[in-house]
Design a protein around this ligand. Sequence first.
Ligand code: SF4
Length: 357
Amino acid sequence: MVATQQNMTTTNPVIPAHAGTQNPEPPVLIDVENLSVEFPVSSGTLFSRNRATLHAVDNVSLSIRKGESLGLVGESGSGKTTLGRAILHLQKATRGRVLFEGQPINTMRGRELRNLRRRMQIIFQDPYSSLDPRMSAGAIIGEGITIHNLASTRADYNRRVAELLEMVGLNPEMARRFPHEFSGGQRQRIGIARALAVEPDFIICDEPVSALDVSIQAQILSLLANLQSELGLTYLFVAHDLSVVRHISDRVAVMYLGRIVEIATSADLYSIPQHPYTYALISGIPVPDPRIEARRQRVILGGEPANPANPPTGCHFHPRCPFATDQCTTEKPQLRQTKTNRQVSCHRSEELTLEGV
Ligand code: SF4
């Protein structure tokens, strides 16, 4: 499973942050600087309440370039959805800041903030609860067009709604139908059209396929990938399953208990994970070739992630990590840039050689 003391630089070429292009890197669109989101929580009995702080997002820094797709992966409760909401300014950060095209969004007001809200959109996880059942598909898609004055005439509005329905693979005549008349996949297409209606630059896709049948998931992922290349969109693609983000992400960030533990290009992360948690997640991805599958060793993580209101000392992952040492129980590892052009937060990442898929 693990060989130590190997030189990983020989097997892991340096690939630029925007994978797959030879051009100079595009400018950064989203910059997250030392962002923390904390919530006060109380525990105990009615007569002896203890006050504690839940560290939902713990000092996270990352950037996303224009046209890039960054996957954000972690178990339920890892803080990925809270991080996404804080980036969109829907959740107040306790510390740190988010910059959009170099401008801190927490200082924006009035027209500037309204324009930012148009340029940053979200596609929700649940296509059943995220659409108002009293509104037709056309009205749901067109709401943002009206709010942001993006159509000058009624004919212009109708033309744009029809165009958006076609862009997401739906018949424009479906504009008059209501959400209950659509399947789950079709509803998610309406959610995507709603996000696109206001001509955004950046979209957070918050687990957009996790509520859908497996057969439909691939269609929606393919639609999102095509729209990204046609429209030059930038994505933060949130998922709890590494296999979902694999083909749609240029880079992937792995989150555990509020902290980023590894960021690498998609190719590097899946072929040679360097953080034991990433390794455990990847070892759970099935491989289609039965001969390879038979040889693979799975890492079954013991226990549940710790309570973010009372996280373990040192490395948060140490109670579940098969490679933990005494140092891991007391010293918090920092997210460091490695020789292989990735960032990893593990005391032992240089000496471990972990198998990918
Ligand atoms: Fe495991 Fe230690 Fe690395 Fe944490 S720092 S992931 S406990 S080896």
